[in-house]
Write a protein that binds this ligand. Structure first.
Ligand SMILES: [Zn+2]
Length: 201
């Protein structure tokens, strides 16, 4: 059985520039489009996508060569969350748990198979942990319907709910960064080292 690398190894990737629009550093390198963007790639000018304000931009990363990987196909990094969600679309009503999320969509696991089909439009209410009212996605399109799982692309979100969605994603991203740091040193804590040093003197 092939084992997956621990998160600390997965995160070992080159640094990315801050978004010129919102100044955040939750930015993802994305694939160049065919044509002149490929030419720029060879000149170290790479396309990036801000994961919070969704702005796409180019940044010069002189001397940094990126390998194109399968994972690059995604424009948005899916963040793992556990958020209750309800959804409605015509006669269909359902509940489930949002298990990953981006500014553009989410994946929902349902307790049982739900009668939604690809291409159907649904409205979602995602319960942000610790917050009173849910975040409302006015309309989203079902892109995947696999057994008890539904992949939804967000189509329409009111500005105030979009702001709340952005805040939720920023928090989830910061949490994922902290989780990565926590798995690094484990065997000797700095306090133990200090005690040992004191014992020798
Ligand atoms: Zn941005």
């Amino acid at each position: 059985m092939p084992s997956t690398p621990p998160p600390s190894q997965k995160r070992d990737r080159p640094s990315v520039p801050a978004c010129p629009k919102c100044k955040q550093v939750f930015v993802r390198r994305v694939l160049p489009k065919k044509g002149w963007e490929h030419l720029l790639w060879h000149l170290y000018l790479y396309p990036f996508r801000c994961q919070l304000c969704t702005h796409r931009f180019f940044a010069l990363r002189l001397g940094q060569r990126y390998r194109i990987e399968l994972d690059d196909m995604r424009e948005y990094e899916r963040l793992r969350v556990t958020l209750p969600v309800t959804f409605t679309g015509g006669p269909v009503k359902g509940t489930g748990v949002t298990v990953d999320i981006t500014m553009k969509g989410c994946w929902i696991d349902c307790p049982q198979r739900v009668m939604v089909s690809k291409g159907m439009t649904i409205a979602l209410k995602i319960q942000d942990s610790g917050k009173g009212l849910p975040i409302e996605i006015e309309s989203g399109m079902v892109r995947w319907a696999l057994g008890r799982g539904i992949g939804v692309e967000f189509l329409n979100v009111k500005p105030n709910h979009l702001d709340r969605l952005r805040a939720l994603i920023k928090t989830a991203w910061e949490q994922s960064q902290r989780d990565d740091v926590e798995v690094l040193p484990s065997n000797v804590t700095p306090i133990k080292q200090k005690v040992r040093a004191q014992a020798r003197t």
